[in-house]
Structures are given as structure tokens and as C-alpha cells.
Design a protein around this ligand. Structure first.
Ligand code: ZN
Length: 283
């Protein structure tokens, strides 16, 4: 059931077990190599994935360099304070409505890319990322999952110095430095998961656990976020929604990311990312 879709060398690929299958080849040329083009028809991807023949694998996943599964979305939404415990640690009341900002798509990188920091106040935030399949406007919450092509893992990297240097603070720029959106390792269709509304997610920094929660503790669910956002903007195929982070981010503890730190991100049923931090431009 379902499919796991990766970006390997800029080409869409389905993964199965330890192998990957270039999508253009696996579809007999019906689908091109563009990872964006594959997302509008999740049912077609599931059918192709179900028919994969292991002897026809393009290559082993081990050693393949993965890019962001959705490299060029038209929109990337972020949701702030969407877990009760994170709202509390950040010193905010539980929100009555979603707090929404944007991450500009140019921040997206793959699951093993370096995170390039410009200050000593950068922070990690593990997040479940929703990928829109068939787009739409005014989508009802009850119909929302029919518009979701899949889920992937993300880090909503934030430069807290830039985020809070204005008053009131602004989120979008401080979360949009190039490389501040690691995503991956693959996009999985929701039907591959036992319960897409209850996924364990965690962040380790240099092997030390910092965040560990489940998406079941989100304040606004995936379906509610799709409904809310689509009531404002038409959602397009490939649009991303970073759904917020649980407690344990570094800022409130004064534990910012340092040059050479390794961020390990994991979401149950989706996979793991490993991103190294590098200080760029001094500081
Ligand atoms: Zn976030």
C-alpha cells in the first residue's frame, strides 16, 4: 500500500526496502523525472509502487545522495506554537487560532545537507511536514487528507536573533536563511502509516536527546491546518506545511546550535535526517 518518494540527484524515485527505482523508468516513461510533477496523482504513484519489481531497481538507497523530496513548492507555510508544551516553554498562552508564517522555498535542502548559520543564535525544531497533492481552496477538514500527497520530516531552523530583533518579532525571515529547511529523507503517503495523526518525532543534537513527542499532541491537527490555510490561499500541488514543533527547542534553555553540531531528526514511519551545522561568515 502507498509509496515512498525520494529526490535522488534531482530525479523523482520510488524507494522500496533498500533499493530505489527511478520514477521515469518505473512508470515506463509515463511520468517524467521532475519530483514536483509526480505529486498531483498520488493514486498513480501507489499503483506504480505496487508493481515494482525488485530485479529492476535502479540502485541501492545506501550511498544515494537525497535532495529535498519537494524541491520547488510554490508555498511553504510554518505553524508556530502548535504543541501545548512548546507554547508554555516559549512563554505564550495556548493559541486560539493557528500562528502562521512562511519559510521561503529557497531555504529547502535535503536530509543530509549542511545547515549554514550566520549567527550564534540558531535553533532546531523537528516538525512533521505535510505535502499537498491535489490542490484546492476552501477544503473541508473532513476532506483534507484527500488533498495530502504525503508526509515528510522537516527541521524548521530558526535564527532567534533575527526573529526577535524587531518588536513585535517577525518569523519569516529568521526561518528562511538558505539551508534553514532540511526535509526528507523521503515523502511517504499517509496510507503507509498505521496512524498518520500519531507519529513519534524527535531531535538529537550530537547524540543527546532534546525533543521527543508525538504529533498526536498537536493543538491544530493536519486536517484543521489544511482547512484553515486553504480558506485563505489556494493550495497548490507540492505546497508544504511545517506543522509546528514540540517542546525542547534550544532557545529557552540558552542551548543554541554551534559550529560542527550534528542535528539528528527522526519521525516514526518516515525516517531519519542528519544535518551538520557550519558557521558561515564569521560570528
Ligand atoms: Zn517551527
Amino acid at each position: 500500500m502507498g509509496f515512498r518518494l525520494a529526490n535522488i540527484g534531482g530525479r523523482a524515485a520510488l524507494t522500496a526496502g533498500k533499493a530505489y527505482f527511478d520514477l521515469e523508468g518505473a512508470s515506463g516513461g509515463e511520468l517524467g523525472p521532475d519530483p514536483m510533477a509526480a505529486l498531483s496523482d498520488p493514486a498513480r504513484l501507489s499503483a506504480i509502487a505496487a508493481a515494482l519489481d525488485e530485479s529492476q531497481a535502479t540502485g541501492p538507497l545506501a550511498g544515494a545522495v537525497l535532495g529535498p523530496p519537494v524541491p520547488r513548492p510554490s508555498k511553504v507555510f510554518g505553524v508556530g506554537l502548535n504543541y501545548r508544551t512548546h507554547a508554555l516553554e516559549a512563554g505564550h498562552p495556548i493559541p486560539d487560532n493557528p500562528l502562521v508564517f512562511t519559510k521561503f522555498p529557497s531555504c529547502l535542502v535535503g536530509p543530509t545537507a549542511d545547515v549554514e548559520m550566520r549567527s550564534g543564535h540558531c535553533d532546531y525544531e523537528v516538525e512533521l511536514v505535510v505535502v499537498i497533492g491535489p490542490g484546492g481552496r476552501d477544503i473541508a477538514a473532513a476532506d483534507a487528507w484527500n488533498h495530502v500527497a504525503g508526509l515528510t520530516a522537516g527541521q524548521d531552523i530558526s535564527d532567534r536573533a533575527l526573529q526577535f530583533e524587531s518588536d513585535p518579532p517577525q518569523f519569516s525571515l529568521g526561518k528562511s536563511y538558505d539551508t534553514f529547511g532540511p526535509t526528507g529523507p523521503v515523502l511517504v503517503s499517509p496510507d503507509t502509516l498505521d496512524d498518520p495523526n500519531d507519529l513519534r518525532l524527535s531531535t538529537h543534537i550530537n547524540g543527546e536527546i532534546r525533543q521527543d513527542d508525538t504529533t498526536a499532541n498537536m493543538i491544530f491537527t493536519v486536517a484543521e491546518l489544511v482547512a484553515y490555510l486553504s480558506g485563505v490561499a489556494t493550495l497548490a500541488t507540492g505546497d508544504l506545511i511545517f506543522t509546528g514543533t514540540p517542546h525542547g527547542v534550544g532557545g529557552p534553555q540558552g542551548q543554541y546550535l554551534a559550529d560542527g553540531d550534528v542535528i539528528s531528526t527522526s519521525i516514526e514511519g518516515i525516517g531519519d535526517m542528519t544535518n551538520r551545522c557550519v558557521m558561515a561568515g564569521g560570528a
